[in-house]
Write a new protein. Sequence first.
Length: 194
Amino acid sequence: MAVNLSKGQKVDLTKTNPGLKELLVGLGWQTNRYDGGFDFDLDAAAFLLGANGRVPSDKEFIFYGNLEHSSGSVKHSGDNLKGGEGVKDDEQIIIDLSKVPANIEKIAFTVTIYDHETRKQNFGQVNNAFIRIVDNVTNKELIRYDLGEDFSIETAVVVGELYRNNGEWKFNAVGSGWEGGLRALCLNFGVNVA
């Protein structure tokens, strides 16, 4: 049975699941129907962060344009241009905990709205967003965090994060909304943007 988290809750992953090595991080959402003339294209990403809360280099930003970290520790499933079907994962990221470089203290998982300015879209038009952590070997869902309907004008969300603590991996249900979309997140986490 998966542990259902609330915003701000933290839970241990590896201490209570000995031998846990490979995770599937599933992110999903539904979009409200509205007459804007554009489909929604939400994008999941992972930022591999050092102790200072920033990426050591742009290569630690894993998204639809950079699907795999050079260590093999983080792999993105690719861009789902439609998504929003509801109950299943819209995008997935695979994490091999044994391959995460030693200088990475945290992996932040985010969802942003592609071309939000042109399409005039925001997370107030998105509902039933979730993140779930699955043991990718046994296919057992370990953690689920349903974000709720806390957003209005935000165009990016830090959904959750894996982080190291005393040699173990834990998960934090963040649920923090941002304005400025992917660009704002990249600037915050130290990714160079043009």
